[in-house]
Design a protein around this ligand. Structure first.
Ligand code: HEM
Length: 161
């Protein structure tokens, strides 16, 4: 019998931002269910009730919620970026990635739009979706990147059912 596959979301936020925080001697932390992958990305575990699936035509549908938080701190705390519990929501209007923007998790913001039409399938059936910065994401990342700046692609592994 094969082990049931755990659904995960791998996302590095933005590689140049991760490199920048590291280069300035800042701190990058993952916790609360998120782990740091060897390549520097973050791996978020699916929350119970994960509802992303491929339809009969191979199109991604549903709403997947994931657990974990990521914190970047640099410049003696002047740079402080936090995001938690990413959620991938697919509707008629397209696909978005939302996150909680504080550890209190009182507010969720749309950090990125995902391009479903550019979805590809990577190694071991992993689903890869290009991500582009949304309005609220601009603020979250410190007002440095213009709207629709490419972020790291979102990589999804779906649970086997
Ligand atoms: C003492 C305060 C700060 C200094 C001296 C500083 C300095 C710099 C420098 C020199 C760069 C260019 C790095 C490069 O091109 O390699 C940069 C880029 C950047 N900074 Fe800051 N910064 C400061 C505060 C902040 C704060 C508060 C934020 C808020 C999030 C921030 C976010 C960014 C971002 C997002 C980039 C672009 C990184 C990339 O993708 O290449 N910085 N900063």
């Amino acid at each position: 019998m094969t082990e049931p596959q755990q659904a995960t979301l791998n996302w590095g936020v933005k590689q140049s931002f991760r490199n920048y925080v590291e280069a300035t001697g800042g701190v990058t932390e993952a916790g609360g269910g998120a782990e740091r992958a060897p390549d520097g990305e973050f791996i978020f575990a699916a929350a119970p009730g994960d509802g992303l699936r491929l339809d009969a035509d191979g199109k991604l549908e549903g709403h997947g919620t994931f657990l974990g938080e990521v914190r970047f701190e640099a410049h003696g705390g002047m740079l402080s970026v936090f995001l938690a519990d990413p959620s991938l929501e697919i509707s008629e209007a397209g696909a978005v990635l939302t996150v909680a923007d504080s550890s209190a998790r009182t507010r969720r913001v749309e950090i990125a739009r995902l391009d479903l039409s550019a979805m590809t399938t990577g190694d071991a059936g992993e689903i890869v979706l290009p991500a582009a910065l949304s309005m609220d994401g601009i603020q979250l990342l410190g007002d440095h990147y213009p709207l629709r700046t490419a972020l790291d692609p979102v990589r999804l592994t779906l649970a086997e059912r």
